[in-house]
Design a protein around this ligand. Structure first.
Ligand SMILES: Nc1ncnc2c1ncn2[C@@H]1O[C@H](COP(=O)(O)OP(=O)(O)OP(=O)(O)O)[C@@H](O)[C@H]1O
Ligand SMILES: [Mg+2]
Length: 467
């Protein structure tokens, strides 16, 4: 034997080293499926796909359009074997993707197309460390962020089987269209943005990353619109929790464990959805309508009442959900309660720390009106604004009603006609309020007179008895 084994091995290593010395690049490959028969696409692959679609579709010459499930826009990616160049801190990186079609088709394969797709990154050898340590993290983070931005958001509601069912969430309300005092709006906006960025802070202080808001105010003042605007701002999903169809605390817990991070959990009308204070309370507006309901509606109402009685979710169950230990599973969540009657709520439910921010949505003031006029009529100022401003001080009207008046109904209705429509309704509302006040005063006077009469009657009786 001319070459002993050892020598041969050394020689081989030498040749390898020599070649890699001449070849000044490093290649890293990312396969779509890490394990051959796994269903799940590798997270790295998906992130790279998104990153490159966002970043380099401008640079690639041949593009491929994809529609991805659960993603709201068409997204472009480079075509097969196309190369795109990315730049990071002055370093050049080349990306390509291609696929391998295996020689032997596996008998059982989970993938629809058996080809194996992969991305390949090429960079210069001296950049290897910065690429693997910094650049790739940047790619993954960006890719995740793009995925989050372009995904279709959902609104979930709990059904009778105690599971969430969802539909696509496409509410147009935003903080621009939301009419309220600009300063208060700014405060809420800042609060939300600060929350969404403070992952590390919450970790540092040892709190789970969530925040509670209580929205209260009369019907039609924009509480639901505010929630939609929050979801749109942060890109969160919404879980609309109907407490009356949750049977007990165990079911509540199960539902909440099933929610994902980056979401808003909403309990609307908390004062009437749960027996929190010992007696059930209904919305006033519903009570007055009770008498002239048709039988079908009445039946439905009875059913609902029955449901409510069956539901054994308790205040302590709910509080546990808000800040009990297990509420820490999952993170980055907002919890929002809405109510028309804040004074009816149990103080334990709304104390600070549980509901971090109390937001009052109130009747339309001049500032609110100005936002609505801008949104609905494209008006920044008008000679009628002055009049309306004064009338809004005297008369309570909800933003919903003001908006209704400002909306042009017919094509020929211009801004001035709409403003006059609003003035007319404000006058009507004022008159109505005046009449109601008179009526109330009359009833009160009658009651008092009745009481006096009774007292006098009793006295007379006593007098008769005494004599
Ligand atoms: N502050 C507001 N800014 C913009 N639009 C508003 C505002 N308030 C109400 N509206 C309009 O009125 C409609 C009803 O408002 P919304 O459903 O948000 O009221 P709400 O406070 O949730 O009422 P409820 O207590 O009955 O649930 C909305 O679709 C919206 O168009
Ligand atoms: Mg609402």
């Amino acid at each position: 034997q001319l070459f002993p084994d050892e020598l041969r091995r050394d020689l081989r290593n030498y040749v390898k080293k020599g070649v890699s010395y001449v070849y000044p690049y490093v290649e890293i490959t990312f396969h779509e499926y890490q394990v051959d028969n796994s269903f799940e696409r590798s997270e790295a692959f998906v992130s790279i796909e998104r990153y490159l679609s966002g970043n380099s579709s401008k640079r690639a010459k041949r593009l491929k359009a994809n529609v991805i499930k659960g993603c709201k826009s068409v997204f472009l990616s480079m075509d097969e074997n196309e190369e795109v160049t990315d730049e990071f801190n002055g370093i050049q990186i080349w990306w390509t993707w291609s696929k391998k079609i295996p020689q032997q088709r596996p008998l059982y394969s989970n993938h629809r197309d058996e080809e194996k797709r992969f991305y390949r990154l090429t960079c210069r050898r001296e950049h290897r460390d910065i690429i693997t340590n910094v650049y790739l993290k940047h790619v993954f983070d960006e890719g995740m962020a793009i995925a989050l931005k372009t995904r279709q958001r959902k609104i979930y509601t709990n059904n009778k089987m105690n599971m969430w069912s969802s539909i696509i969430f496409e509410h147009p309300s935003t903080f621009d269209t939301l009419a309220m005092d600009p300063e208060k709006k700014k405060e809420i906006l800042n609060d939300l943005i600060a929350f969404s960025k403070s992952k590390d802070y919450y970790k540092k202080v040892g709190k789970s990353w969530k925040r509670g808001y209580l929205l209260y105010g009369p019907p039609g003042t924009g509480k639901s619109s505010m929630i939609a605007a929050m979801a749109n701002l942060l890109g969160y999903d919404i879980y609309d929790l109907e407490l009356t169809s949750v049977r007990d605390n165990t079911d509540l817990r199960k539902l909440l464990i099933d929610t994902s991070s980056k979401s808003i959990i909403v309990i609307e009308d908390i004062d009437c959805s749960l027996d929190l204070t010992g007696q059930r309370k209904e919305k006033k507006k519903e009570e007055s309508k009770e008498d002239n309901k048709d039988p079908i509606q009445k039946k439905a109402k009875e059913e609902e009442d029955k449901m409510k009685k069956r539901s054994a979710v308790t205040l302590s169950g709910l509080l546990n959900f808000i800040d009990g230990l297990w509420s820490a599973c999952g993170s980055e969540r907002l919890i929002i309660f809405t109510t028309n009657y804040v004074e009816k709520l149990d103080p334990a439910l709304i104390r600070r720390g549980r509901m971090d921010m109390h937001i009052e949505m109130s009747y339309c003031c001049y500032e609110t009106f100005k936002v609505l006029a801008k949104n609905y009529l494209d008006l920044e100022s008008h000679e009628l604004f002055e009049t309306i401003s004064q009338m809004l001080v005297e008369t309570k009207m909800t933003p919903a009603d003001v908006a209704e008046n400002l909306m042009p109904k017919l094509d020929k209705e211009n801004a001035e006609i709409c403003l006059n429509k609003l003035i007319k309704s404000l006058e009507d509302a004022k008159e109505e309020a005046r009449l109601k006040a008179l009526e109330d005063a009359k009833i009160k006077a009658e009651e008092e007179a009745g009481k006096k009469k009774e007292e006098n009657g009793e006295k007379e009786q006593e007098n008769i008895g005494a004599s």
